[in-house]
Design a binder for this molecule. Sequence first.
Ligand code: ADP
Ligand code: MG
Length: 386
Amino acid sequence: MTDLRSTTLAGFADRFGHTALSLWSAPGRVNLIGEHTDYNEGFVFPFAIDRRTFAALRARRDGIARVASSLSDEIVEIPLASLDPDAVHGWSAYPLGVAWALGRFAELQPDRPGFDLYLDSDVPIGAGLSSSAAIESAVALALDDLWETGLNRRTLSRVGQLAENVAVGAPTGIMDQSASMLGEADAGVFLDCRSLDAEVIPLGFGPADLALVVIDTGVAHAHATGGYAARRASCEAGARALGVEALRDVSIADLEDARRILDDETFRRVRHIVTEDQRVLDTVRTLREHGPTAIGPLLTASHASMRDDFEISVPELDLAVEAALAAGALGARMTGGGFGGAAIALTPVDRINDVAAAVRFEFGSAGFGAPTVFTVAPSQGARRED
Ligand code: ADP
Ligand code: MG
C-alpha cells in the first residue's frame, strides 16, 4: 500500500522546492442509510471511510496562496486578497473555495499568512465516496489552524459546504462534510439535517465480523442532474400539497391521507422520504438494541424503496444488490444520489469473496461492464497527521 503521508510530503517538496511544515488528512464517506432525506430536512447516517485525502502545508509571508495536487500538473496561485468564488476554477475551486469560505464564518486578519498547499489522496474521484468532502475537510482543518480561526468541527463542515455550493457551484447538503469532519473509528454519524445535530453512534462491524462491501458499478450518473432536480421538485410539491414545511414533518401515519391528496407519482416520492427517515431512526435504534447484524433488512428495504417508489436505481445497481444478498450479504442497497454509482452490502467477513465473485459473475452474464468491488471500514474523521 502506498504511504500517503510520505507521498504527500515528497510531492510537496517536489512541487514547491521546500519542505512542508504540517500535514493534515480527511476521509471520504459512505452513506449507510438515509437517501435524499437531507434536503427534506430529515435524517442521514453516513460514516467516514478508510480512504483519505492528505494536505501538506507551509505558511508564506507574502499573502499568496499556492495549491497543487497529485492529480494535476499545475500550480494555481492567487493573492489572498483576491480570493472570491468567481476567481477560482476547476479542481482548485475546492481548496481555494475553502480558503474564501473560512472568511464567511470567522474574522480573518488582513495580514494573515499565505500558504503553499499540496494534496494527495486515495479516495476514488467521482465514485460516490465524496472525494470532494475529503479535500474540503482536510483544507478547512489545515487553514483553521494556520489562521487560528478556532472554529469547531460543525462549523468547519459548513465552511466546506459553502465552498462546494458557492465556489464550486454544486448544490449539495451538509452530510458529506459532517461525516468527514465528525467521523470516528468504527462509528457512524447520525445527522439531523434540520437542526444539524450530529451524534456519533458505534457501528460494531469489527467485533461482529462484518464488513461493508462497496460495489462501484462504473455506470456514470447520466440522468443524475436532471433526475436529482426532478426528485427535489416532487418532494417540494408534495410538502406544499400536504401543507408542511418539509417532508420531515410527515409521519408514517399521515401517509394514508397523503395517498388521497397526492397524485400517484408524487405520493410514491413522498412515501420514499417518509419511510426512509423512519428507516434511519430504526437503524440507529436497532444498532443500539441488537447490534449491526440486525440492520440488514433495513438496508435492503431502503433499496426497494429507492427502486420502486423514488425510481432512482438502474439495472446494474439492482443486480449488484440481488447478487450480494444471494451470496450471503445481510443487507444491501444503492448509495448516493442514484442513476448509477455504487451499491453497498453489509457482509459477514467470511462471505466477502463470495459476494465479490457473485457480483462479478452476474454482471458478466448480464453483459454489464466489470464492477469494482472493495471494502471500506468506518474510520476517524479529519485530523492532524504530524
Ligand atoms: P465525489 O465527491 O463523488 O468524488 P465530486 O464531483 O463531488 O465527486 O468531486 C470530485 C472533484 O473534486 C474532482 O473532480 C476534483 O475537482 C476535486 N478533487 C477531489 N479530490 C481532489 C484531489 N485530491 N486533488 C485535486 N482535486 C480533487
Ligand atoms: Mg462530491
